[in-house]
Design a protein around this ligand. Structure first.
Ligand SMILES: [Zn+2]
Length: 447
């Protein structure tokens, strides 16, 4: 089993296989599938929710828990309507749209070449600006005075709480506020599986700094964020930083970089890291009439901080980690055939299930011993227990969800109080005494 030959599949075929695996193994389902699905909405199954939680926990750990200059926040999705006026979203968070007068399809004007409908060749309307914020009504009356928006980013919840958080945390510049949460954008052309969806989750950090230090601070965050992806095992050659051209900068940004991953369809953004200047705090100060400055006790002056914002998509990151982990092995079988093994090579930190305990036979005392090991391991990390089917099939199931360690309890276990641990990537098998098992696994998992 040592000679492993890589099989290369073209991008489209590869993506189809990943989407199919996601459904088969419970990572991602189409939302409302029994009713035909809802376009661009997805649900995370038993494996998907674990993967996503691991992504979020890793982000929180490295950006909040392990730093002394960042604190957390969880602000509400619905906010005062004036927030989105002050932030510029009501005015500027728009895409130019054209409608086909024949088939009624709507397109982004910058995605259409010429003046005819790309679907039916019909005549198009003039371009109109279409706001990407979802609207709903708050309270009993549905009129313009009760309109609220579903937030299109979590950042504004951080800006409006700047003074609250700074006061209670007693942080001095530079310091950051981090938040993970859902956001909504009424994208006209969602697509590419969970890459562009109208409902999504973000991991955002607003890092407040002295204006004169903001560019240096921006550079540091670029390095920090690139390292995060690399540390979680993303292939370095599939990851790059791209600086925004001046004409693609958002209305608030002085400069911006995208962290991009090379998906099977090409390079696409995982995270934007922008210098938002003092745009947001100043805008809220002006609109609310409340002081949004930081009082610097050493300098004895009121400062309007600049903001560096690393803003990452949870769903996009999770998809990138999935795509990056997907692999197929080919190994010759004893009978002279070829055995294809599908395996997700997740880093140990991201693997939804860390270990699986598999009794070789249903004959006692094997299940009893195995269950005891399983119940002990799961106190420390996600562990699976599987007794159904041949051992080969059970290994396959674990490979397909990326479980790094399979633990087999066999008849020798009764005599030697040891188990066989099979390593997912190397397929090496090692005999380990039961009493040393948890310690060894925790070491390997870096827990
Ligand atoms: Zn048309």
């Amino acid at each position: 089993m040592s000679k492993v030959k890589k099989k290369v599949t073209p991008g489209r075929e590869r993506m189809e296989k990943i989407v199919s695996l996601c459904k088969r193994r419970g990572f991602i389902f189409q939302s409302s599938e029994i009713y035909g699905g809802l376009n661009s909405c997805y649900d995370y199954g038993p494996m998907g929710v674990l993967l996503k939680n691991n992504v979020k926990n890793s982000w929180w750990k490295s950006n909040v828990q392990e730093r002394d200059d960042v604190v957390g926040l969880d602000s509400s999705i619905l906010m005062h309507p004036q927030v989105w006026v002050a932030s510029g979203h009501v005015e500027s968070f728009t895409d130019p749209m054209v409608d086909c007068k024949e088939c009624k399809l709507r397109f982004r004007a910058d995605h259409v070449e010429g003046d005819k409908c790309p679907e039916c060749g019909g005549e198009l309307t003039d371009a109109r600006l279409f706001n990407l914020m979802f609207k709903t009504f708050m309270g009993a009356v549905e009129d313009t005075s009760s309109v609220v928006h579903l937030r299109p980013e979590t950042a504004q919840g951080i800006f409006v709480n700047f003074k609250n958080v700074q006061t209670v945390s007693r942080k001095k510049l530079p310091f950051g506020i981090a938040q993970i949460g859902k956001a909504f954008r009424n994208e006209i052309t969602p697509g590419k599986f969970t890459f562009r969806t109208r409902e999504f989750e973000m991991m955002e950090l607003e890092y407040f700094t002295y204006p004169e230090q903001s560019e240096e601070c921006h550079q540091k965050w670029l390095e920090t964020r690139m390292k995060w992806y690399a540390d979680l095992g993303i292939k370095k050659e599939k990851l790059r930083l791209r600086r925004h051209e001046d004409d693609e900068l958002a209305h608030y940004a002085l400069s911006c970089y995208d962290v991009e991953y090379e998906f099977p369809w090409g390079w696409s953004e995982l995270e934007g890291i922008a210098n938002r200047t003092d745009y947001d705090l100043k805008a809220h100060e002006k609109d609310s009439g409340k002081d949004m400055k930081f009082f610097d006790e050493e300098r004895k002056e009121h400062i309007a901080p600049f903001v560096i914002e690393p803003s990452a998509g949870v769903d996009r990151s999770a998809l990138a980690f999935l795509v990056d982990a997907y692999d197929e092995d080919e190994t010759p079988t004893a009978k002279g055939g070829i055995d294809v093994r599908t395996v997700l090579r997740f880093s140990n930190k991201l693997a939804p299930i860390k270990a699986a305990v598999l009794p070789l036979s249903k004959k006692e005392p094997l299940p009893e011993i195995a269950e005891k090991i399983y119940k002990d391991l799961r106190k420390d990390f996600y562990t699976d227990y599987d007794i159904k089917g041949s051992i080969g099939k059970r290994y396959r199931r674990q490979d397909e969800v990326g479980t790094p360690f399979c633990i087999t309890v066999d008849f020798d276990t009764i005599e030697d109080n040891a188990v066989t641990v099979r390593f997912r990537d190397t397929l090496v098998q090692e005999r380990i005494p039961i009493e040393e098992l948890k310690g060894k696994l925790k070491n390997l998992l870096e827990l």
